[in-house]
Design a protein around this ligand. Structure first.
Ligand code: ZN
Length: 104
């Protein structure tokens, strides 16, 4: 059994190291727009969050995203992210299932 090397990233809210695949990427574009990046391909400065609402709320509370993105994240951005987060959470979790299936 050869362990596969999985790229790890840290969730900015709970500080846990997790496989990159199981985290949601939040990116600040060069234009300064903060958005959720499900593809992992948007350019800009990225921060990672567990795909869980609890971690998003924690990041909101302790302003972890501001620190990780090195930019102030306004309340309206958090509001938008919260909505996007809920919208992508299902899709995100579904894609996790699909990838697990492919591994077997
Ligand atoms: Zn987390």
């Amino acid at each position: 059994m050869k362990p596969r090397k999985v790229p790890l990233r840290k969730c900015v809210a709970c500080q846990q190291m997790m496989p990159k695949k199981s985290l949601i990427r939040v990116v600040r574009s060069p234009e300064g727009v903060v958005s959720i990046d499900l593809t992992g391909k948007k350019s800009g400065r990225g921060a990672y969050l567990c795909g869980q609402e609890s971690c998003f709320k924690l990041a909101h509370k302790n302003r972890a995203l501001d620190r990780a993105l090195k930019a102030p994240v306004g309340p309206e951005v958090y509001e938008q992210l919260a909505q996007d987060f809920l919208a992508v959470e299902e899709e995100f979790l579904a894609s996790q299932d699909r990838e697990e299936d492919l591994d077997e």
